[in-house]
Design a protein around this ligand. Structure first.
Ligand code: T3D
Length: 254
């Protein structure tokens, strides 16, 4: 049986591919465990300065495999879905969702948990939970209103309509839309740029994630804390020297 999640590192970029294309990469137990392991591996991988999450075939991820018998849904959320979302957020590197096709239910929520989203024109987003008598999970109730506002989030969650890539871009649900044949190259270009960036990119991610969920006082203090860390980095010293010497900086991610 094919591995349900593929992991590869090249050029400083770890690519994690959901790999059950026949069922639009919907998630069963084996895939859930493999995905958690792959995300944790990426977070600890010293060769990886950026992580890409994508899907094999025509889907990104259609959420829970509805053919898998499930009795304890709370347990499934706590033991499978929440750890995936935490693992995405805990990656010290920026995580890009390269959304190649439909992202539904928890699959949609995974894209929202990523730091950047590039969608193919063939991608679509479905808050499928309500249609099958469930509620948004995998952080969707947290991420969606923050990304697109409460009113639109409520519409997508309650009505469960399929949002195409163009509308997703208009709503701010994705950062960029490209032709299907350009998705890999466009993702590689951003991932390569991030992988070649300074140590502080990981701290910028931490600052924004903290700021988005904190009050102003907490955000100000967290910024001071992270700036202290960034200010001690070799990459910051190098960038200052490069500025003064009027040359491009050479980063070592340290
Ligand atoms: O239960 C718990 O543990 C709680 C956790 C919940 C988390 C969740 O994610 S709940 C949401 C679960 N997902 C869904 O409800 C989405 C179900 N799928 C769809 O609505 C549609 O398939 C899509 C809108 C995603 C795509 O539609 P379309 O027309 O492009 O494709 P299709 O023909 O429906 O699907 C293609 C194949 O994938 C098809 O198989 P077949 O007929 O060719 O053998 C279809 O059954 C299969 N597939 C799609 N989604 C799932 C799936 N198989 C199992 N589980 C799926 N979620």
């Amino acid at each position: 049986m094919a591995d349900p999640v593929l992991y590869a590192v090249a050029g400083g970029v770890a690519t994690i591919t959901l790999n059950r294309p026949d069922v639009l990469n919907s998630m069963d137990d084996a895939m859930g465990r493999s995905l958690i392991a792959a995300l944790r591996r990426a977070a600890a991988d010293r060769e990886a300065a950026c992580v890409v999450l994508t899907g094999a075939g025509r889907g990104f991820c259609a959420g829970q495999d509805l053919r898998e018998p499930q009795s304890d849904l709370g347990g499934a959320i706590r033991n499978r879905y929440n750890p995936i979302v935490r693992a995405i957020r805990a990656c010290r590197q920026p995580v890009i969702a390269a959304v190649n096709g439909v992202a539904a239910g928890a699959g949609c929520a995974f894209t929202l948990a990523c730091d950047l989203r590039i969608a193919s024109t063939q991608a679509s987003f479905v808050m499928a939970f309500g249609k099958i008598g469930l509620v948004p999970d995998s952080g969707a109730s947290f991420f969606l209103p923050r990304l697109i506002g409460l009113g639109k989030a409520m519409e997508l969650a309650l009505l469960g309509g399929r949002v195409d890539a163009g509308e997703a871009l208009r709503l701010g649900l994705v950062n960029r839309v490209v032709a299907p044949e350009e998705l890999e190259a466009a993702t590689a270009a951003w991932a390569g740029e991030l992988a070649g960036g300074p140590y502080s990119l990981g701290l910028i991610k931490r600052a924004l994630l903290h700021g988005a969920a904190a009050d102003l006082e907490a955000a100000l203090e967290q910024e001071a804390y992270l700036q202290d860390l960034a200010g001690r980095s070799a990459d910051h010293r190098e960038a200052r020297a490069a500025f003064v010497e009027k040359r491009p900086p050479k980063f070592t991610r340290s």
